[in-house]
Design a protein around this ligand. Structure first.
Ligand SMILES: [Zn+2]
Length: 255
C-alpha cells in the first residue's frame, strides 16, 4: 500500500515543494521548517480540526524576517499550479491569476475531513467553476475512521488530481466551433466517469454557454443558477441539456 503510484517518489516531490515554499529565496529554509513543524506531510500528527482560516492569519518571526501564513499558501498555490501546467486540476482550463480565480482545492473536503485541511497531498488548484460545482458532490467514503491520509488504492470511486494520472482517467477534447468553445469530457475509468457525471459535464455546459459568441449567452444566469443548485436528479437533466445543445450546434455548423 502506498500513497503514490509506482515510479513516483513521495519524498522527492515533497522536497521539491519545500525548496520553493516561499516567494523570497532567503525565507525558504525557514518556510520549509515551519511547514514541517506544522506536520504538513503527516496528517496522523495533526489535530482533526479545520485550521484553514487560522493558518492564513498566522505569522512566524524568523531570522530572515516575518513569514505570514498567507504567503506560505500563495507559494504553495504557485507550486501546485506549476505542477498542473497552470491548468485547472479537473477541467484543464487555463488558470487565471489571482487567489479567487484559482482557489486551493481540498480533494477530501474540509467539512468531512478536517484532519486533511492542511495536508500537502490533499491540496490541488482548481478553477473557481470546478471548485464551486464540486462543492456539493459526494466524495470518497471510507470504511474506517481515517487517522492518516488514505492510500492511492483507497480511492475506489473518486478521481484524485494529486495521485491519479488525468489522461488515464479522463479523455478531454476541446473544440472551437464558429467561435464557441466546446469542451468535451469522457470518463475512461470508474473514477473518470464519476468525475464527469458529478460535475465535469455541468462545467462543460457552463463553459459552452459562457462562450461570448454563444447564442445562449443572455440566458446564462438562469442556467447557471440551475447548475449551482443542481442535485443528483438535476445532473441528468444538465447532461441532457448539454447533449442537446452540442447536437444542435453541430447540426447548425454542418447542416
Ligand atoms: Zn475547472
Amino acid at each position: 500500500m502506498s500513497l503514490l503510484p509506482a515510479g513516483r517518489d513521495r519524498q522527492a516531490e515533497e522536497a521539491e515543494y519545500l525548496a520553493k515554499s516561499h516567494k523570497r529565496v532567503k525565507r525558504r529554509p525557514h518556510a520549509a521548517k515551519i511547514m514541517k513543524s506544522e506536520n504538513f506531510f503527516d496528517a496522523s500528527r495533526r489535530e482533526s480540526r479545520d485550521v484553514w482560516g487560522a493558518f492564513y492569519a498566522t505569522e512566524w518571526q524568523t531570522p530572515a524576517g516575518l513569514i505570514k501564513g498567507a504567503e506560505l499558501m500563495a507559494a504553495l498555490r504557485d507550486h501546485l499550479a506549476e505542477l498542473q501546467d497552470e491548468q485547472c486540476c479537473y477541467c484543464r482550463e487555463p488558470l487565471l491569476k489571482g487567489g479567487y480565480s484559482r482557489p486551493i482545492e481540498h480533494v477530501l473536503p474540509r467539512s468531512e475531513h478536517p484532519r486533511f485541511t492542511l495536508h500537502f497531498w490533499n491540496l490541488a488548484v482548481s478553477c473557481e467553476r470546478c471548485n464551486r460545482l464540486k462543492g456539493k458532490t459526494q466524495s470518497e467514503t471510507f470504511a474506517r475512521v481515517l487517522s492518516s491520509y488514505p492510500d492511492l488504492a483507497d480511492f475506489v470511486s473518486q478521481y484524485h488530481p494529486r495521485l491519479h494520472d488525468y489522461d488515464m482517467h479522463i479523455k478531454y477534447t476541446a473544440i472551437v466551433q464558429n467561435g464557441v468553445n466546446i469542451p468535451l469530457y469522457a470518463g475512461r475509468t470508474v473514477h473518470g466517469r464519476n468525475l464527469c457525471s458529478q460535475f465535469l459535464h455541468a462545467a462543460a455546459l457552463e463553459m459552452t454557454l459562457l462562450s461570448p459568441k454563444s447564442k445562449f449567452y443572455g440566458d446564462v444566469n438562469t442556467i447557471q443558477n440551475f447548475i449551482v443548485s443542481h442535485d443528483e436528479a438535476a445532473i441528468d437533466k444538465v447532461q441532457a441539456v448539454q447533449t442537446a445543445l452540442l447536437e444542435a450546434m453541430v447540426n447548425a455548423a454542418t447542416g
